[in-house]
Design a protein around this ligand. Sequence first.
Ligand SMILES: [Zn+2]
Length: 472
Amino acid sequence: MRAAIATAAAAATLALAVPAHAAPFTPTPGADGVGDPLYPTLGNGGYDVRHYDLSFDFTPVTYDFRATMKIRARATQDLSSFNLDVDALTVDTVEVEGARATWTTAPGQTGQELTVTPARPLRDHRTFDVEVTYHGNGKTKPAGLPGWRLMSDGGFASAAQASRADTFAPVNDHPSDKATWTFHLTAPKGWTPAANGTLTGRRDAPGAGRTWDFALNSPMAPELLGISVNRQSYLYGRGPHGVRLRHLVPEDQVARYRPVVEETGGQLAWLERTLGVRYPFDTYGVQIVRDGYGDALENQTLSLFGPGWFERPTYSTTMVHELTHQWFGDSVTPTTWQDAWLNEGPAVFYAAVWADQKGFQPIEEKMRTAYAKLDEVRKTDGPPGKPTGLGGFNIYDGAAVTLYALRQQIGQDEFDAVMKAWLTGHRHANASTEDFVDNAVKVTGDASVGVFLRHWLFDLDNPPMPGHPDWS
Ligand SMILES: [Zn+2]
C-alpha cells in the first residue's frame, strides 16, 4: 500500500537511497495463535503461507515416515521468530532462506509449537522460504485428537479437521491461512498414494519405492489435507463440463463400489443446477476406505468416507453433504471456527433438499424436528452463530434450519440469489458470519433481512418460523 501512493518519478529518484518514509525495522516474535474466538491458540501470526510443498516417504505396516515440508510465506510484520504447528512429529532440521535456523518445540494447548528463529530477521511484506525436515510414526499418540486413521491393510488416510494437519506436517493450522499445495508421496511399489488435487507424475524413488506427485492449484486450508497410502485403486470418470473425477476404493472392493462412486457425476450436475454455481475446482473424487475411519469428511477435491455409510439406503445424502462442502467450506472458507455454521449449515441444508427430492425424507419434516430441538440446544451449546464448540447440533441441523428460515422469509428466488452471491463473491477466500449477513442484506436490498438473520444466528431462543406458525 505504501508503494502505491508513491509516484513513478518519486520511486525513480529514491531507487538508490533508503526511502525517507520507510518504516523502521523492528522485528518481534510472531504470535503463537491467530486469536480464533473458539480456539485462540490455533495457527500462528506474523506471516501468511502462500505455498506448501510436502515430500512424504511412508512405510506401510510399520507406519514410519520421513518427510520434508517446504513453505513459502509472506511476512505480515517484521519477524524475529515465528511459529509453526506440529504434533507427534520429530523435527530434524529447519532452514529459513537457505540458512540453518535455530528452533525449539514446546507444548502448546493443542499440540506443539515449533518456534523458528531465522539467522537473519525477516522484513514485513517479504516472501521467505522455510524448509523443515522431520520424521515420525503414524501410531504415535498426539496430544489431542488423532489425525491419522490407520487401516487394517497397514495403510492410512488423513482426517485432519479441525486442527490435525499438524500431525502430518508443520503448518499454520488455521482455516484463515489458505495456500496452494504440492505433494510428493513415496511408498513401496504395490501401494497407492493419493492426495488433494491432480496426479501430475510418478517416478521411481531410491530403493524399491515410487514417488507420486500431486498439485492442488486452488488454495486450501490445512484442515482439508487429504493424503493417504493404501492398497487402493483409482477409478476415473468425467463430471459436467469436463470436471475430472478420480475416486479411490479398496483394491479388492472395486466391483462393489464402482456403481456407488459413479453416482458422483449426477450429484455434481444436480448441485451445480441447484446452486447455480459451477463446481469450484478442476477435479473431484470420493475416497472410500476399508476400515479405520467411520465418519465422512470434505477433504478438498477428495471427500473421505468410512465404509459404514454405504450400508445405508440413504448413503447418497452423505455423498451430497460432503460434495456441498466443496463449495461451502473448501472454496469459501470460514474466517474463524466460530463461523463453522457457514460450512455445516449449507451442507446439511442442501443434503436435505436432495433427500426430499429423492423421497428419503420431506424437508419440512426434517426441519420441523430440528427446529424443536434447536431451541434447547441454543441454551446449552450456544446459537448457530456463536457455538461453544465444534461438532454440535447447533452448527449442523441448527444452521440448516436457519437457512431454511431465511428461504421461508425471502422466498426461493431471493434465497438462491443470496447463496449464489455468497459463493461467487468469496470464491477461494475466507469469509465470516458478518460477511454472510452483509451479503444477504446487499442482495435483497432489505436491511430487515440482516435483523432477521442476527436473531436466528445469535438469539438464545428460537425466533418464530416464517410460514409455520404452528411450529414450536
Ligand atoms: Zn459437514
